[in-house]
Design a protein around this ligand. Structure first.
Ligand code: NAD
Length: 261
């Protein structure tokens, strides 16, 4: 597969899953617009690295995905600098864990904005160009929590279920325009965020590394193994291929069996 003629925008791609997806798309030849927060020098090193490693054009937008006007401007900027947005990966997301009665109102609003409403704003801005070119790929990083719930994650579970519903609506609306819309729903993915929790949890609970992984982190995941960011990126890449042109409106689990239970 080659994506040499394609331009991709990946939200939340300065770290974790989004960065792996951006790298996988660039490796197949797509030009890429990175987005997300982080250390400016580290982001610039990633951007320049994509250009050097894969011979593609890579740009960066610092748009805040909780701000509709910044999202629309980011899509316009990517279209102006790269020529189009053919592939839109809606990936930016945050988490907050709290009993509902203590859940800070501003955290609820932030999670709904970043994890859910940003998907609407980005798709709304990118679809006219995709329709005009009669080709588009929308890939949403949803979650096992778009299909099932866990306690204390009310905003996250609500937002991800919202993304799953929006995804199906887009598949129907855009079906005759050569545009597909799909969700990838990972279980626990091995990201620096997860890895960093292990030593502290070992100390706090007096557990071994394996016990923390199996009995604390991966209680819900039957394989007792993390998904890797490369595995999520490989599925995203496949959904962008012509072989996947009839996959639309799907919500594809990659969760070690979590949602089979
Ligand atoms: P991460 O923290 O490594 O990456 C999140 C990215 O989103 C970063 O680039 C960050 O800068 C960006 N971001 C956060 N707030 C933003 C904002 N307001 N504007 C722009 N960018 C913003 O996390 P990750 O694990 O790679 O998660 C990526 C996506 O995958 C999220 O939507 C998350 O819900 C989903 N997901 C993660 C897991 C997991 O176990 N890690 C499982 C299922 C789903």
């Amino acid at each position: 597969m080659s994506l040499k003629t394609r331009n991709a925008l990946v939200t939340g791609s300065t770290s974790g899953i989004g960065l792996a997806i951006a790298r996988a798309l660039a490796k197949e030849g797509a030009n890429v617009c990175l987005n997300g927060f982080g250390d400016a020098a580290a982001i610039e090193a990633e951007r320049a690295g994509l250009e050097k490693d894969f011979g593609v054009r890579a740009i960066y937008s610092g748009a805040d995905m909780s701000k509709p006007a910044e999202i629309a401007a980011m899509v316009k900027e990517a279209e102006a600098k790269l020529g189009s947005v053919d592939i839109l990966v809606n990936n930016a997301g945050i988490q907050f864990v709290s009993p509902v009665e203590d859940f800070p109102v501003e955290k609820w609003d932030q999670i709904i904005a970043i994890n859910m409403s940003s998907v609407f704003h980005a798709v709304r801005a990118a679809v006219p160009g995709m329709k005009a070119r009669k080709w588009g790929r929308i890939v949403n990083t949803a979650s096992a929590h778009s299909l099932v719930a866990s306690p204390f994650k009310s905003a996250y579970v609500t937002a991800k279920h919202g993304v799953a519903g929006f995804n199906k609506t887009m598949a129907l609306e855009l079906a005759t325009f050569g545009i597909t819309s799909n969700c990838i729903s990972p279980g626990y993915v091995w990201t620096p965020l997860v890895e960093k929790q292990i030593p502290d949890t070992m100390k706090a609970r007096n557990l071994s590394r394996d016990e923390v992984i199996n009995n604390v982190l991966l209680t819900a995941q039957p394989t007792k193994q993390f998904v890797t960011v490369e595995q999520v990126a490989a599925l995203a890449l496949f959904l962008c291929s012509d072989a996947a042109s009839q996959i639309t409106g799907a919500n594809i689990s990659m969760d070690g069996g979590w949602t089979a239970a």
